[in-house]
Design a protein around this ligand. Structure first.
Ligand code: ZN
Length: 388
């Protein structure tokens, strides 16, 4: 491997690893380890329980506190069922766009950080850069907690975290929390001609989902009346069901129905409170079902939680990135990132990276060359700042 790779060459290398969240990312991690080793930068591998995936943490520069974490995830979303005009895992250029899976979300940022390592080493940093590359971000930010723990154990405490998710290189200081709840409704099977003697799990699930949707309408009305939460789209908590399965026949009351609820909760609201409200509604409904058949039940399990990124008062990360970008506007986003997990560990965090979230997860996903160049300039300014 050559010791020097341009940012674009680095991006091409990273895109070529098909690190879809269901697959191993170890080839990519091994490549990054080798690249850093050529430059004399040791890295720490943080494997998952299966041993098929790993995060990587590396300190570039002096072993002192107050460094800046550049955080990116190595996994990408699948390409199946999408209409790509070429190989998603071979970087292409067309019309000022760098096209490939992960270019925007978010190997572009990872490539910029890695390609800047030789410059970081030459610059004589007074405060270090910490590279933090995770896995399984796309399936619920699963890799970050262990990575953050290892980072805090092994390295001097950093002063700021930049999570490079696509924000068009604008400063995003907050985002919603994410809660995923698996709901299993147990009904009672009878012939549908005598449905009053059974319990349809499908119809009970429909009532719960209708309750969720009524909250969406309520939240929207309240937000539109108050004007609160500006900068978020939408500026209210949303409760969504994306998958549902249940029933065995047209003429049998369904014994089972299962669905997953995804709550995207405003940064100033409590995810736990939303979960409790939902559980209370499910319990109220279940009590009614049990009057028909004592076998009826509703079980709810929290299967994922991504903490909110809460805008910090005088946050070090936000201050740094505002200085480097010149961006003064207050912004929040509705999607989750690892920023809230860094905040939970007591670190100052902000989201800022190249590309638009509108291109993330799309067929022919792309990062414009202009955004990539802006990201490159940002890295140079960061290195100068840390060397001063
Ligand atoms: Zn992402």
């Amino acid at each position: 491997m050559p010791a020097l790779l341009t940012a674009r060459e680095m991006l091409a290398r990273l895109v070529a690893f098909p690190t879809v969240s269901t697959e191993s990312n170890l080839d990519l991690i091994g490549f990054v380890e080798d690249y850093l080793a050529i430059h004399g930068v040791p890295s720490i591998r943080v494997p998952d329980e299966s041993g098929r995936k790993a995060s990587l943490v590396a300190l570039v520069g002096p072993r002192v506190e107050g460094g800046v974490v550049l955080s990116g995830h190595t996994d990408v979303v699948p390409v199946e069922g999408q209409d790509w005009s070429g190989d998603p895992f071979a970087l292409r250029e067309a019309d000022g766009r760098l096209i490939g899976r992960g270019t925007c979300d978010m190997k572009g940022f990872c490539a910029l950080a890695l390609a800047a390592v030789p410059e970081m080493l030459r610059a004589g940093l007074k405060r270090p850069v910490v590279l933090a590359l995770s896995y399984d971000e796309e399936i619920g930010c699963l890799g970050a907690p262990a990575m953050i723990e290892t980072m805090l154990d092994a390295l001097p405490r950093p002063g700021a975290v930049i999570v490079g998710e696509p924000t068009l290189m604008q400063v995003v200081s907050g985002h919603k929390a994410g809660v995923r709840l698996d709901t299993g409704v147990r009904g009672y099977e009878v012939h549908s001609s005598v449905m009053h003697t059974g319990v349809s799990a499908v119809m009970a699930a429909a009532r719960l989902i209708a309750w969720l949707d009524a909250r969406n309408a309520e939240n929207r009305t309240r937000a539109e009346a108050s004007g609160a939460g500006a900068g978020l789209d939408p500026p209210w908590t949303t409760l969504h069901v994306g998958r549902i399965a249940g029933g065995t026949a047209n003429n049998i009351t369904a014994r089972d129905c299962r669905f997953v609820t995804e709550m995207r909760v405003m940064p100033d609201e409590e995810p736990d409170v939303w979960e409790e409200r939902y559980r209370a509604e499910a319990e109220r409904l279940a009590a009614g079902l049990r009057r028909v058949r004592p076998e009826a039940a509703i079980a709810i399990e929290r299967i994922n939680f991504v903490p909110p990124c809460v805008p910090e008062r005088d946050g070090a990360a936000e201050k740094l990135v505002r200085e480097l970008t010149g961006d003064r506007e207050a912004r929040m986003v509705s999607y989750g990132t690892e920023a809230g997990q860094f905040q939970e560990a007591g670190l100052s965090a902000v989201v800022c990276g190249p590309g638009s979230i509108a291109q993330a997860h799309q067929p022919d996903e792309y990062l414009t060359e202009a955004q990539f160049a802006e990201g490159e300039a940002f890295m140079r300014r960061l290195v100068r700042r840390l060397a001063a």
